[in-house]
Design a protein around this ligand. Sequence first.
Ligand SMILES: Cc1cc2nc3c(=O)[nH]c(=O)nc-3n(C[C@H](O)[C@H](O)[C@H](O)COP(=O)(O)O)c2cc1C
Length: 206
Amino acid sequence: MSENALTSGDFTEENEPYALFGTWLEEAAKTEPNDPNAVALATVDEAGLPNVRMVLLKGFDARGFVFYTNFESQKGVEILGALKAAMCFHWKSLRRQVRIRGEVEIVTDAEADEYYASRPRGSRIGAWASKQSRPLEGRFALEKAVAEYTARYAIGEIPRPPHWSGFRIKPVSIEFWHDRPFRLHDRMEFRRTADGAGWTKVRMYP
Ligand SMILES: Cc1cc2nc3c(=O)[nH]c(=O)nc-3n(C[C@H](O)[C@H](O)[C@H](O)COP(=O)(O)O)c2cc1C
């Protein structure tokens, strides 16, 4: 893809969304002050009430977009209930947005183990110590839990908690948005074809 196509938001050369997403993420890594992989994750609870919070994208390929969390957290429970979610990246420094919607699957144990093992020791202990999204009576209770797990796993490998793993959003649509003057932005949505094998591109009014 030419530089001109990228800066103009002219998506004519793109036939699938992943290469373009990769280019945009790489560019964001050069320009964003923090966490270019930070993404808003939207879920819906049992009553149909939406919920949104940030997570960190930890991988993507033709299968979808992966992040890791506590499956007993609010988001974990909501995703396991609906098996659907949406994501929205906004790279302020680039004036770009990417929106992703899709069904969700759990990553394989091997995938989760590999990522968990790559995390700093303190983060691996934290995954055991934090009952994410449940009431915490005080900071001391958390520090006590960290101390307990630090002692328990003082020697050897720290196993991955059974309630900690990754979700993969398998997109049915990925929309790229690029700022243009006078709010006449470029928008291009890639939609999964009915057979799931390819993509159709739909340009949209801003
Ligand atoms: C930049 C940023 C990145 C975050 N990344 C993650 C993440 O990858 N996984 C995670 O469980 N929480 C992450 N969090 C915390 C979540 O936003 C949220 O507070 C927490 O997961 C509890 O959400 P829940 O109660 O909806 O489950 C992140 C927060 C911020 C601000």
